[in-house]
Design a protein around this ligand. Structure first.
Ligand code: GRG
Length: 293
């Protein structure tokens, strides 16, 4: 219960930070900020920055000193959703319960809004690192790499190339470990590195991040089949309609539910091995397993 309140508090603080961040920015270019704000403030769960802040909080009390990096992570995630929804990619009309960015602002501005968010995230991280020590640079480099061609962009590339084909299981795991998993794992590991956790604990958190990313994706595939558009805020059966190989097409719904449970248990086990109070991360892990959106 207490942990739940902390997660809510962090989400509230992130929402506030992100809402204020773009306020009053721009002149002739104001439209791109409007498009960036539109998606940024459309009601995301803020899972990745919350994971970053909770991990940082295992080792350091004052998480407000890294709130800007947490916001940068959410900007990267939001950019990826805007681009993923474009007609050239998944061609979706609904995201976070609202018309997708290109439906409101047009394709050209939506592309630019995504680019703008990614660049703004990098600006924030560079500014943060000026005058800080090596750990801040290492942490921001982990976040940047997890978003790039060896991370999220790489996974999305495989996803796009896999439409209308049945891909082998190892390629499915590769795709998701990069597309969804990399930024989730990166959010956790970067925070531990920044907070100077010891090597053994960073390894455990890396394992936790990897497993959590996998459970998150399997759950996402389950929700795509059994979820409710009104609750999810996005179209369901999108994978089926785009003729994609998913964990559901590979293993079936029941097995996926079983896998989601057992991988979540692995997450809980490794969190319990860490000699810090991981109760807030444990709560969040269970919340992700049981989420309906
Ligand atoms: C365009 C480079 C590029 C990458 C896109 C994230 C992504 C890669 C695509 C989204 C497609 C998708 C539905 C992936 C499944 C997992 C996922 C990332 C779900 C959305 O994240 P949530 O549930 O969303 O955290 P909110 O809206 O709560 O932030």
């Amino acid at each position: 219960m207490e942990a739940d309140n902390i997660v809510k508090k962090l989400k509230g603080e992130l929402d506030e930070y992100l809402k204020n961040y773009m306020q009053g920015k721009g002149s002739y270019n104001r439209r791109v900020y409007e498009a960036m704000q539109y998606s940024l403030n459309a009601g995301g769960k803020r899972i990745r920055p919350i994971l970053f802040l909770l991990t940082y909080k295992l080792y350091r009390d004052d998480y407000s000193e890294v709130m800007d990096i947490a916001a940068a992570i959410e900007m990267i995630h939001t950019y990826s959703l805007i681009h993923d929804d474009l007609p050239a990619m998944d061609n979706d009309d609904l995201r976070r319960g609202k018309p997708t960015n290109h439906k409101v602002f047009g394709e050209a501005i939506a592309v630019l809004a995504g680019d703008g968010l990614l660049n703004e995230a990098m600006n924030i991280m560079f500014r943060h690192c000026i005058g800080e020590g090596q750990n801040s640079v290492k942490a921001c480099s982990i976040i940047s790499e997890s978003s790039g061609a060896e991370g999220m962009v790489g996974g999305q590339t495989v996803d796009i190339l896999s439409e209308n084909t049945r891909i082998p299981i190892d390629q499915l795991y590769y795709m998701h470990s990069k597309k969804t998993g990399a930024l989730i794992k990166g959010s956790i590991v970067s925070a531990a590195v920044y907070a100077a956790a010891d090597e053994k604990e960073i390894e455990k958190l890396e394992y936790y991040g990897q497993k959590l990313g996998l459970a998150f994706q399997i759950k996402d595939d389950i929700l795509d089949v059994v979820g409710d558009t009104a609750v999810l805020g996005k179209k369901v059966k999108s994978d089926l309609n785009n003729n994609k190989t998913t964990f559901i097409t590979a293993y079936g719904l029941d097995k996926c539910r079983e896998m989601c449970n057992s991988i979540t248990n692995e997450c809980m086990d490794v969190l319990q091995e860490i000699k810090k109070d991981t109760s807030q991360l444990q709560e969040l892990t269970l919340f992700l397993l049981n989420r309906e959106k």
